[in-house]
Design a protein around this ligand. Structure first.
Ligand SMILES: *Cc1c(COP(=O)(O)O)cnc(C)c1O
Length: 372
């Protein structure tokens, strides 16, 4: 039994000796960034792996989000979820766009399509949903609404690496999807991200925007940013692609073990796999019903910490509760009751490829016995 702290995640690294030959190539050709050979290969292989046509890699997911909004010239108001990592809404703020929070549905914590239409105004230009915990949003319904009102759809798919629905990549829904390859995600390039788009012209525009707006040596056609991925990360990303199926398979084993061991614990619920979906097991959220369980989420959360189990209360606080956003009309708890309740009840339990079955069992025993 370990006496070390167990964190909610631990990054999966490839064997160091496998990375050395890649580094040797970089040292030999002395091309460190700016669309180098590894960058070119990586974009191709990653698109193939994911089952998407057009993909552009970025230095991180947040810059990918910010650039995605620039690429489609999104302005005015954008409908989004408060139940996400703060970068989702920050990307709107950095583009001078007003976020309009719409509540989530109670089952998978994703933006509730039934509540979108009431939030649309003449200023609304887009919807930015999040596939929270990697579980696909109700994409057909969201697209139906977007089509009626002429809105763009940009998915924050930071949790949804490799996720498929009915055999198709979830990333092919909407106008754009954004991935994050941050160290804490299912698939990492240390830091990194990508935009997935649906046509060549949009990819060209995204590639300009991530490189200062340079079209050629002397032509800057628009104010771009520097959001390029470097060669070391692209090489590391290529190597990680050889291992990611194994990472996901191990995460699935852990999720299945949690489900087996937590089944029937009164007041504790978890999410099952969705029908027809291939998951990436990015997180293992449980929901604590304080009345039924006999202990609040926070008592369980802080109590587990005393046993060195460092879960995380994703997503508490809601984005709408941070000072920047708190004053918005859509941030009031009465507008987003389901999100408000979820933020009080969720804990993400540790899940990562190297987490042992013994540790999962110990965590579940603690939960079952109410920390005794
Ligand atoms: C991780 C994450 C991001 C940000 O990605 P970075 O690569 O860390 O910049 C954005 N949105 C969500 C939902 C995330 O979980």
């Amino acid at each position: 039994m370990s006496n070390k702290k167990i964190f909610v995640t631990q990054p999966a690294l490839p064997p160091l000796e496998e990375f050395i030959p890649y580094l040797q190539q970089i040292w030999d050709n002395k091309w460190l960034t700016n669309n180098g050979p590894f960058h070119v290969d990586f974009e191709k292989e990653l698109a193939d792996y994911l089952g998407v046509k057009y993909l552009s890699v970025f230095s991180n997911g947040t810059l990918a989000l910010i650039t995605a909004l620039q690429a489609l010239r999104i302005t005015g108001e954008v409908i989004t979820t408060p139940f996400s990592f703060v970068a989702t809404t920050h990307s709107l703020w950095w583009n001078n766009i007003k976020p309009v929070f719409v509540d989530i549905e109670d089952e998978y914590f994703n933006l509730d399509p039934k509540k979108i239409e009431a939030a649309i105004t003449p200023q609304t230009t887009a919807i930015m949903p999040v596939h929270v915990y990697g579980n696909p949003c109700q994409v057909e319904e969201i697209q139906r609404i977007a089509d009626i009102y002429g809105l763009r759809v940009i998915y924050d798919a930071a949790h949804a690496f490799g996720v498929k629905k009915d055999g198709q990549s979830i990333l092919n829904w909407g106008d754009l999807s954004i991935l994050s390859f941050h160290a804490t995600k299912t698939y990492n390039t240390i830091e990194g991200g990508a935009i997935i788009c649906q046509d060549e012209k949009t990819k060209q525009r995204i590639d300009l925007l991530k490189n200062f707006g340079f079209k050629d040596e002397v032509t800057v056609i628009e104010p771009g940013i520097n959001a390029k991925m470097n060669e070391l990360q692209a090489a590391y990303g290529l190597l990680q692609l050889k291992h990611v199926d194994n990472y996901i398979a191990k995460r699935k084993e852990i999720a299945d073990l949690y489900r087996k061991l937590l089944k029937g614990v009164e007041g504790i619920s978890y999410l099952d796999d969705m029908e027809g979906v291939e998951h990436c097991y990015a997180y293992f959220p449980i929901r604590v019903n304080a009345l039924e369980y006999g202990m609040t989420r926070d008592d369980l959360y802080f109590g587990m910490q005393k046993h060195d189990i460092m879960g995380r209360r994703y997503f508490y606080p809601l984005i709408s509760d941070f000072p920047t956003y708190k004053g918005l009309p859509s941030s009031s708890a009465s507008n987003i009751p389901v999100s408000t309740q979820a933020a009080k009840e969720v804990i993400c339990l540790p899940i990562y490829p190297n987490l042992s079955a013994e540790d999962v069992t110990r965590i579940c025993t603690l939960i079952k016995n109410k920390l005794r």
